[in-house]
Design a protein around this ligand. Structure first.
Ligand SMILES: [Zn+2]
Length: 415
């Protein structure tokens, strides 16, 4: 397959499954957010100094990453996610360590990292080789799927001409993080869409909660948009097979494609937010002190925490909110949240024998979108290394990867 234009090959190079590309910021949720939340190194209100910093990297060399935009000084993790500030992510990676990050990434089905990726640039998606769009979609869908990874497959079943079932796919599943960590990550990833300084505001879908993260690599060779709703996960990559900058009307063309496809897919679906996880604490936070809001706090918003990580009560403003009451505050219960309820032990990423795949899972199908796609899909390389780490439920699931052809989707400048 030759990318844009006439199709001249059968079973040619498949950019969804075979293109191993730099991911830039699109991998920040995978390399940093999920592992650091799981390890309880951060909460959404942890603050980091966003300023020009020279780090000493793991090979002993100095590392001076830069932001794409202004340095903002002391900011929260949520704010760092909103406009993808680089420096706080490198600082989080310093605390997390690249080794731990890579352990998580392997569980998420990322198979193309190696020992050369054990450095701080991992936090910003500066990788030795890169990650394929398919593996990015598999990893993002694990977050969308409440922390449960389902190995991407390309068919559900094969039947004979008489309708007899001959083959049925049984994708491997494993937990990559707790449902609580997944929910908090989802809430953080809404920020690029709804935040005033968001990098993916054009990905908003009316009536749906949307999580989305952009990615741009050095010299603009690669542009990404990775995101999901409670229905679908989709990943788009836009670039050349060789190193050539992508400039498209000062927009992220991967994001434009993502938004056009996802808006259409969701057109007739019922409005839906991310399914709540009742064991996550939804706490009103004072924006001034970044503590739990007291009665006298006027500028507040709701933030999400793992149990035991809620901040103390604001002392800057008056009131009588008891610190003891804070952790008792719960999200409103929903059918899904009750089903997903887990206790604190599940925050560790250890195999859990009682894992069940949530009922709504078949609806959350990762969608890999690329510029043009052959109808003869090339099967991805079999993933094997991480198998012994995981409990493989081998549950029957209709979870599969839909490879969507977007040839006919015009790129409207509606953003
Ligand atoms: Zn306050």
């Amino acid at each position: 397959m030759d990318g844009l234009g006439e199709k001249r090959e059968v079973r040619g190079f498949n950019r969804a499954t075979q293109a191993i590309r730099q991911t830039g910021s699109s991998s920040k949720p995978l390399t940093v957010i999920v592992p650091a939340l799981s390890e309880k190194l951060i909460t959404p209100i942890s603050t980091y100094e966003d300023n020009l910093t020279t780090f000493i990297d793991y090979n002993g060399e100095s590392y001076s990453p830069t932001n794409y935009n202004d340095y903002l000084g002391k900011i929260t993790v949520r704010r760092a996610v909103e406009s993808s500030q680089n420096i706080p992510f490198v600082k989080m990676m310093e605390e997390l360590t690249p080794e731990t990050s890579i352990e998580y990434l392997k569980r998420m089905g990322i198979s193309t990292l190696n020992e050369k990726d054990e450095n701080l640039a991992l936090s910003l998606g500066g990788l030795d080789k890169g990650i394929s769009p398919l593996e990015m979609a598999g990893a993002y869908s694990a977050i969308a799927n409440d922390g449960m990874y389902v190995e991407p497959t390309f068919y559900t079943k094969i039947t004979s001409h008489l309708g007899e079932e001959r083959l049925k796919t049984k994708p491997k599943t494993r937990r990559i993080c707790s449902s609580e960590v997944a929910y908090i990550t989802k809430q953080l990833l809404t920020e690029p869409v709804v935040g005033s300084y968001g990098t993916a505001t054009y990905c908003a879908i009316p009536g749906m909660q949307v999580a989305a993260k952009t990615g741009t690599t050095n010299e603009d060779y690669d542009r990404w948009l990775c995101g999901f709703t409670d229905y679908y996960t989709a990943v788009t990559w836009f670039g050349f097979d060789w190193s050539e900058p992508i400039r498209y009307q000062s927009k992220n063309p991967a994001g434009v494609i993502w938004a056009n496809v996802m808006k259409r897919i969701h057109k007739n679906l019922q409005n839906r937010d991310f399914s709540e996880v009742k064991s996550v604490v939804a706490q009103k936070i004072c924006k001034k002190s970044l503590k739990a809001a007291n009665q006298g706090c006027t500028d507040t918003y709701t933030e999400y925490f793992l149990k035991g990580t809620v901040p103390t009560v604001c002392a800057m403003h008056p009131g009588n909110v008891s610190p003891k009451k804070i952790e008792g505050k719960k999200e409103k219960k929903t059918k899904e949240s009750i089903q997903n309820e887990t206790d604190n032990r599940k925050e560790e990423v250890t195999p859990e024998p009682e894992i069940t795949v949530p009922e709504q899972e078949p609806e959350k199908q990762p969608v890999v979108i690329q510029e043009e796609q052959s109808t003869e899909n090339t099967m991805p390389e079999e993933k094997k290394k991480e198998d012994e780490l995981s409990e493989e439920n081998n549950q029957e699931s209709e979870e599969n990867v839909l490879e969507e052809t977007i040839e006919n989707i015009e790129m409207k400048n509606e953003i």
